[in-house]
Design a protein around this ligand. Structure first.
Ligand code: ZN
Length: 110
């Protein structure tokens, strides 16, 4: 039986100044970014997307990326490049790539 699925881990967070759509306070929005990846037997294989949330530090209202108001989305797009996906999200592909390379090298040497 092959066990596979997808998981998400926190890959970074940052803060930015924008007006909260909910409490209208001009203050700090705390962004949290999750990286989703496909796994087989819990070994991460490849990334399949990101999820982002923002939380108002004043009223604690949390919104998901698809509900970001334009100002918040702009702030997010401006800073999201700072969040880098960890290389271990690719472990499965790297492992298979190395195996194929190894087999090719052994085949050449023989
Ligand atoms: Zn707020």
């Amino acid at each position: 039986m092959i066990i596979f699925g997808s998981r998400a881990t926190n890959i970074g967070s940052f803060e930015s100044n924008s007006t909260c759509d909910y409490c209208k306070n001009k203050g700090v929005q705390h962004f949290v970014v999750y990286g989703k990846y496909a796994h087989i037997f819990w070994i991460p294989f490849f990334p399949i997307g990101r999820k982002a949330f923002s939380e108002c530090t004043h009223c604690k209202k949390t919104i998901t990326k698809k509900n970001f108001p334009p100002e918040v989305l702009q702030q997010y797009n401006h800073k999201k490049g700072e969040v880098k996906r960890p290389i271990w999200h690719w472990s499965g592909l790297i492992l298979i790539g190395s195996l194929v390379l190894l087999i090719a090298l052994i085949g050449k040497a023989a």
